[in-house]
Ligand binder design. Sequence first.
Ligand code: SAH
Ligand code: SF4
Ligand code: F3S
Length: 442
Amino acid sequence: MDALANKFYFLATYGCQMNESDSERYAGQLEALGYHRTEEIDMADVVLLNTCCVRETAEGKILGKIGELKHIKARNPQLIIAVTGCMAQEWQDRLFQRAPHIDLVIGTHNIHKLIELLQERQHKSDHYLAADMTAPAFHELPTKRFQKFFAWVPIMNGCNKFCTYCIVPYVRGREVSRPVDEILREIKTIAAEGYKEITLLGQNVNSYGLDLKDDLDFSTLIQEIDRIDGIERVRYMTSHPKDMTFAMIDAIGASKKVVNHMHLPIQSGSDELLKRMNRGYTVAHYLELVDYARARIPDLVLTTDLIVGFPGETEEMFQDTLQLLQKVQYDMAYTFIYSPRTGTPAAKMDGQISAEEKSRRLQRLMDVQNVYSLARNEAMEQKTYEVIVEGPTKNDEHHWFGRTRGNKMIIWEDDGSVRIGDTVQVMVDKGQTWVLKGHLVH
Ligand code: SAH
Ligand code: SF4
Ligand code: F3S
């Protein structure tokens, strides 16, 4: 161990919460070996980039970072560079051709291979690749959790939906549910360690259990988790409107711990485009789910994902999306410009839309949504909410923030009376588009 007492790793995570969670398992393995984390890349013995390839912008950013590492490696030839995650899975050994200074490329089903490959590389300078998608998606691995009161819990991995724009099914593989006893064991351990909030993760949490032999689904999983003492809040990401059932909404509504926030990506307000996207639902069905959820889950906070500029999107179809925003009145929407991904059907479709038009539509979409986000947040003024304290804001140590059960961020002036991880009551004074301002209620 002594030889490793001053060995350091630098870790950067791109993409979604699944990647955040995977990063904790990469870090767990390195720390079990005696490595310490550093934020200074020049101090590192191992640099690990856990990557995303969902849009071209994500990939471009990562390629830029990989380029920078060339100079760092030139200064420190002993440095071992590992590229992991979805882009590693997509590119595989082409990454070594593009950037020969990379040592290890590890795909999404091979997280458990890190230490083995690292040791081989320490023994012999060469390129090492592990990208076998037939390896199991889940391995029980040591986990270094980066947060103290909030924990990620993956419940499934992969996607069978094949939305025509999306690369995720190709880089994450088919849907695989994690065995329920493993999930419950992890949550019990987390609860005993003092974590207050967990987020159940999967590309498609509503498909949980469909591949398992026992009779479990997302509703029954929630009921099991509800019985575990200690955890205050259970979040879940991401739901798919095709697999979300009324029974699941009932289970969420009946649960004491599952929060009143639902992220339900719709992508477009046009039935024609939804069909071409292969989403598997209509706007009318989606609206039924929303009505049902709002009736069953008090004070529901509803968020979504939207894509503008999908091939063939006409001005009328785009207007349908704007109208949908008006109908649903989301609390918040993540809005994306369609990005063609090589190997997906949409990349070859007719009717690709110019970059300028896509940007214009994105701006129009955001302008409309911002009005509703502001209105939803203003409606919270003068009401008091339960908040778990996360700590000082980035720019001002005298202002602290935390999140409501509905996942709204509230900022207040610190008076020294609360600590990180406390569950407190905060009254909202002012609702803004992105954030709420309030004060502690003692
Ligand atoms: N499984 C989740 C989403 C995972 S990807 C779901 O289906 O809801 C997160 C979001 O990225 C998607 O909801 C979609 O809005 C966006 N996205 C995925 N592929 C994209 C692409 N090629 N171009 C633009 N946005 C994309
Ligand atoms: Fe991608 Fe669609 Fe699967 Fe979501 S459901 S990960 S958007 S293919
Ligand atoms: Fe990106 Fe992979 Fe997540 S492509 S969005 S990191 S599943």
